[in-house]
Design a binder for this molecule. Structure first.
Ligand code: SF4
Ligand code: SF4
Length: 601
């Protein structure tokens, strides 16, 4: 055994390695990203690890591996599961041979996502079991249980950590040895082909399994009943950790039901729990999944006990929970005066208020130069700018204000087409990043070509998946296994898809960049500009700039128009902070007085 301080995502990864995982796939997305990265970093040498082009692809690759008897894990964030939902639903019928664990990290808050959606709905929708860890330690254990359950039932199994589990740290005892798995290989069998007659049979099997899985869960140590009294609390996930902490300072009697496996619901244990209870408070983040199961059990028991939670307004539906919120809800439920107990001992009341940092593109970010070039090129023209998911969503902030819509991965290109159809006199410009282009941008490009929709696509190619921490993608030429591969050319894909006007430009060459956008926008039919310049986090800063105050006419164009965080006004003078400036020279190129020069000039 080795003691290690691990983040929840690292615990999940090491749990998978310890369980003998053979294949690991995923698409980067906060809060799930570090799981796959940790598997890659700790790869004993016999695990295949890949960043797939999107979550659907990742699940299908993992499913293929599991068909052959391998243990496979696939990781993504909650919105990624929407993309993977098509293979997911069929896979629930077809099943697997080797263990297939789908780790989907939910993001209550949401802290870095477009939605707060709850993956437990998908588990219920697909009739698949789900584990819900309440600590990193439990996440480590659950991954192994999930593989075992998956193989026992021949079904994919979910593990659904939330942000606070993914990113909090704990000291864990990690066994030195791991299970070694020999892969039997794919055996041809009609069971792998989803014909309608087979899917009907498999649906019946799946429905019948639900009670069986609920019973298995009722006997698992992840679900426990402790305490006593006439009032009860049910909690799961990170909310359980907050509840445990709050209850540790309360002397009153209360019965606690910890639910580590929310679906299929461990009904037998729940029936045991409600014995003698009058009222139950359900505490869970996101949607009232457990609350609904408890309501069903209560209804079957003639409405006893009374179930309180989100539906009764005792807890909020939206937003991330925390210790204080949970503790206050418990105090109200138990009739305890807030000041009569030491419940607030875990709160750092005197902690200083952190300064608010508005989200902004980094100093020297090539996207700033790209947005600015498009803005200048389309000055005085009626135009709509559709955005996508990535760092460049920040292009909507002042002073650039270049993102008018943002829906989901790949939708910038398709939303632009809808807008163009609805208002043909308007120029529609879609922005998309390189990784997102490969993820789900290509079908939109093909649609624009097929329907000859007159839009311009601006591909912001910074050579990485920057927003989630610089993961490689098909355009980079390096795999997650650190092997070199063929670089997939965005330019060639655009040409092959039938886009007749494609140009490639360095966005920091401002004049050429503006010219390229003008040409593309004036072209009739789908056109594209690829702005190529590496993410500044991947290159060493050089050619730092400074303001020559004797030349500066204080027009503030450099501040008003590009919004680089390195430029500010100090004591009435424009200055560039040398520790932030990356030397992109955009400010120097637009300064009308030639007042910005390289430090070395
Ligand atoms: S050169 Fe100008 S625009 Fe570029 S990072 Fe430095 S201050 Fe910002
Ligand atoms: S754009 Fe040039 S002249 Fe205008 S404020 Fe900035 S440094 Fe001074």
């Amino acid at each position: 055994m080795a003691k290690k301080l691990l983040m929840g995502n690292e615990a999940i990864a090491l749990g998978a390695i310890h369980a003998g995982v053979n294949v690991a796939t995923g698409y980067p997305g906060t809060p799930s990203t570090e799981i796959l990265e940790t598997i890659a970093r700790n790869n004993p040498g016999d695990i295949y690890v890949e960043w797939s082009t999107n979550e659907k692809v990742a699940l299908e690759v993992a499913a293929g591996a599991a068909y052959s008897g391998a243990r496979a894990i696939v990781t993504m964030k909650q919105v990624g599961l929407n993309v993977a939902s098509d293979p997911l639903m069929s896979l629930a019928y077809i099943g697997v041979k080797g263990g297939l664990v789908i780790v989907v990290a939910d993001d209550p808050g949401p802290i870095s996502s477009q939605t707060e959606q709850d993956t437990r709905h998908f588990a219920r929708f697909a009739n698949l079991p789900v584990f819900d860890p309440s600590t990193p330690e439990e996440a480590f254990e659950m991954i192994q249980s999930a593989f075992e359950l998956s193989e026992r039932l021949q079904l994919p199994v979910f593990v659904r950590p939330t942000t606070r589990i993914c990113h909090s740290c704990s000291t864990l005892e990690i066994p030195e040895t791991r299970k070694k798995r020999e892969v039997e290989g794919f055996i041809k069998d009609p069971r792998w082909v989803i014909f309608p007659s087979l899917s009907y049979k498999m649906h019946i099997r799946l429905e019948k399994l639900q009670d069986e899985i609920g019973d298995i869960f009722s006997n698992m140590s992840y679900n426990t009943i402790t305490g006593e009294g006439k009032k009860g609390i049910v909690a799961s996930g990170i909310a359980y950790s907050y509840v445990s902490e709050a209850l540790s300072s309360i002397s009153g009697k209360v019965k606690l039901f910890k639910v580590g496996t929310p679906y299929p619901f461990p009904k037998k244990l729940a029936l045991n729990f409600i014995q003698g209870l009058e009222e139950v408070l359900v505490i869970e983040e996101l949607d009232p999944i457990i609350e609904e199961s408890m309501l069903e059990i209560s209804a079957q028991n003639y409405g006893r006990p009374v179930i309180l939670g989100k539906k009764t307004g005792h807890l909020p539906f939206a937003g991330e929970y925390n210790y204080q919120l949970v503790s206050s809800a418990i105090n109200r439920f138990l009739g305890i005066e807030e000041n009569d107990n030491e419940n607030n001992k875990g709160i750092l009341i005197d902690a200083p208020v952190l300064p608010v940092r508005p989200p902004t593109l980094c100093a020297g970010c090539p996207h700033r130069a790209s947005f600015y070039a498009v803005k200048i090129a389309l000055k005085n023209q009626k135009a709509i700018f559709t955005g996508d998911i990535g760092c460049y969503t920040l292009g909507n902030a002042k002073p650039l204000e270049m993102i008018d819509t943002c829906l989901c991965m790949g939708a910038g290109i398709t939303v632009a087409q809808g807008l163009k159809r609805a208002q043909p006199d308007t120029k529609c410009i879609a922005f998309i990043g390189d990784s997102t282009f490969f993820h789900s941008g290509i079908p939109g490009i093909i649609n624009a070509v097929y329907n000859n929709t007159d839009i311009t696509v601006i591909v912001l190619d910074n050579g990485t998946t920057a927003m989630t921490g610089h993961q490689p993608h098909p355009g980079v030429g390096i795999t997650m296994m650190n092997t070199f591969s063929e670089k997939v050319s965005i330019y060639d894909i655009l040409i092959a898809s039938g886009v007749r006007h494609v140009s490639k430009v360095n966005p920091f060459d401002h004049k050429k960049a503006v010219e390229a956008v003008k040409e593309a926008v004036n072209f009739t039919g789908p056109s594209a500009v690829i702005f190529e310049a590496p993410c500044i986090a991947l290159v060493k800063p050089s050619n730092r700039q400074q303001v020559l105050n004797d030349r500066c006419i204080l027009c503030k164009k450099c501040i008003r128009e590009i919004g680089c965080p390195a430029i500010s006004i100090n004591n009435g003078k424009v200055s560039i902070e040398p520790s932030i400036c990356c030397g992109c020279t955009l400010c120097a190129q637009i300064c009308p007085a030639g007042a910005i020069r390289s430090v070395d000039e």
